[in-house]
Structures are given as structure tokens and as C-alpha cells.
Design a protein around this ligand. Structure first.
Ligand code: GLN
Length: 311
């Protein structure tokens, strides 16, 4: 119906238009959008409400009180353009530029992994070790949009958090998130894993590194192809980054300090064994809400040098 607009949300290559939107009632636009998204999304109604709410700057509950209002041409075209991108599989968070994590509204771009709900478990586990009554020092490696670091910083104002990433573009997003959320107890550094920690000792190190195998069929699903490969893929085995983090982190933990990592659903045993072979104690695996093994933590209780983990 209407041509693609010059809306900034509509990238030049998004070209097509779904024909949904202009001049019809909000309720009808939502219904049509739901039908359109049925085949590509498991949550078509939610997607439609989030996208139209984004265009109209209205909450989903507010939207539901306006079902009989008509969409004007501008809003209709913008909604239509976003739907066209969603139909091609682009994740909702990229279309709105935002994803909530630990109740923090975070900006996300194509340069960052979209924070996942399962990573909130890592934050829960980390907070147990980061007691609120002391000035502890924590680091988050491969911070992406800053999700883990900012959640820890928010919950533990007395702690100073160092967050690092190899991607300057991701760090720019994370810094912007910290500034917008007014969280001043996070410092950002550019670099590869533990190289950013040099000369310091930490009470807690966290990481949600890339852990997907190169060539994994899942990369073609779930909109993963729209997210940075750097944040998702870790070599042929999917374990390369986990190996690096678990092996290196030991040296930067205080005696008594804890490392917490997230991993793929089928990597629990390997990751557990890696912790053990490096000399960590109190090694514990945790599950996500779906009941899948999702992470491991372990403590450095020895002052002695780490044993190198076998490759
Ligand atoms: N949890 C993400 C997924 O499986 C992967 C994130 C990661 O590699 N750290 O979709």
C-alpha cells in the first residue's frame, strides 16, 4: 500500500511494506499484524503490541485502551516498515533498540548480544557472592551491552565493577547505558578477556562469553544471524572462549574470590571439568528457568598458581 518511508527506523534495505497500518483502527492493525507474524514468531500478539507501542510511544496497556483510534499515515507507515523487518526475522530488540534486563531498560544495537532472560540467573548467583556490606571489586568480561555489569552495579552501589569487551562498538553501547542509568560505579575497558584486568585482584569475575559452535544449525534460527558473531561463536567446539576465561581468571581472583560463567545447555560437564582441572573449589552448576544447565561457578581457595587446563 504505502511505500517505505524515510523513517530512521527503516533501513534502506528494508524496502518492502506489509500494507498494514495506515488509516485503520489500532485494534485492526494489531489483529492484522498478529496474523502476519504468526508464522515467524512464537509471540505474534506481543510482538505486534511492542512494535506499535514503540511507534506510538505508548505502553502496551495504554495501547489496549486506544483500540478504536485510527492510525495516522506516519505512524501507520512506520509500523508497517517495522513489521516488514520483523517478518524477515529481525529480533524485536533491534527494531525497538531496547531490551529490558534485570528491570533495567538497556539500549542494544547490532554490535551487542541481546541480553537473554537466562543470564539474569548469572546475576542472581553473582550477587550471593557480592555481599552488599563491603567495598568489593568485580569484573565482567565480554560485557556487550553491559547487562551483567550494570545489574551488579545497580544492586551493589558500594562495589566497583570493571567491564571489558574486545568490541569498541559494544563498549560504546555499554558506556551509554551506564550514563543513561546514572550508574557511576562501573568502569569500561577495551581488550581481550583478562588482559584488561592486569595488576588487580577481584572478589568476583563474571562472564557470558560466546559459546555457540561454528556451523551450529541454530545460527540460522531465532534471529541469531542478526546478532554479532563475535558475541556468539567460539570456534569449532564452542568452548574456546570459556576455556580462555576459566584458565585466565584464576590469576586475577583474590583467594576466596569466585568465577561465574554462563554456558550452552550441553556444555555443563565439560565446563565443570574445566573448573576442576584448573584447581577451583566449591564448583557448582546452576540451571536456567527452563531447567537446562546454564552456568557454573567456582572459588579460588588456594593461593598457589593455577594448573593449566588441558585443551
Ligand atoms: N544464550 C545465547 C543463545 O544461545 C548465546 C549467548 C552466548 O553465546 N553467550 O542464543
Amino acid at each position: 500500500m504505502s511505500p517505505a518511508t524515510e523513517d530512521t527506523e527503516c533501513r534502506p534495505d528494508s524496502g518492502t511494506d506489509t500494507g498494514i497500518g495506515t488509516g485503520i483502527k489500532i485494534g485492526h492493525a494489531l489483529r492484522d499484524a498478529r496474523t502476519l507474524l504468526r508464522d515467524i514468531s512464537t509471540t505474534p500478539q506481543l510482538d505486534a503490541e511492542i512494535l506499535l507501542g514503540h511507534v506510538l510511544k505508548a505502553t502496551r496497556s495504554r495501547l489496549r485502551t486506544r483500540l478504536d483510534e485510527h492510525l495516522d499515515a506516519d505512524h501507520g507507515q512506520r509500523f508497517s516498515a517495522l513489521l516488514a523487518r520483523r517478518v524477515r526475522g529481525e529480533p524485536i530488540a533491534h527494531l525497538t533498540g531496547e531490551r529490558e534486563f534485570w528491570s533495567l531498560p538497556l539500549h542494544v544495537t547490532r554490535d551487542t548480544l541481546i541480553p537473554r532472560p537466562e543470564t539474569e540467573h548469572l546475576v542472581e548467583v553473582a550477587l550471593v557472592h557480592l555481599t552488599p556490606d563491603r567495598d568489593l571489586r568485580a569484573a565482567d568480561l565480554g560485557t556487550g551491552s553491559g547487562a551483567i555489569a550494570l545489574a551488579l552495579a545497580k544492586e551493589r552501589p558500594r562495589c566497583r565493577i570493571l567491564a571489558s569487551d574486545i568490541s569498541q562498538a559494544a563498549l560504546a553501547v555499554a558506556r551509554d547505558n551506564a550514563r543513561r542509568l546514572g550508574l557511576a560505579n562501573v568502569e569500561f575497558r577495551h581488550g581481550h578477556w583478562c588482559s584488561t584486568l592486569s595488576g588487580e585482584a577481584f572478589d568476583l569475575i563474571t562472564s557470558n562469553p560466546p559459546y555457540v559452535r561454528r556451523g551450529d544449525a541454530r545460527m540460522k534460527q531465532d534471529g541469531l544471524q542478526f546478532e554479532p558473531e563475535l558475541a556468539l561463536i567460539a570456534g569449532e567446539s564452542g568452548l574456546e572462549s570459556l576455556h580462555t576465561v576459566i584458565t585466565q581468571a584464576w590469576r586475577y581472583l583474590r583467594v576466596g574470590g569466585m568465577l561465574v560463567v554462563e554456558h550452552g545447555f550441553d556444555q555443563a560437564q565439560t565446563v565443570f571439568d574445566l573448573f576442576a582441572s584448573c584447581g577451583y573449589d566449591d564448583i557448582t552448576a546452576y540451571k536456567d528457568l527452563a531447567g537446562l544447565p546454564r552456568g557454573v561457578f567456582g572459588r579460588r581457595s588456594s593461593p598457589y598458581t593455577v594448573r593449566a587446563a588441558p585443551r
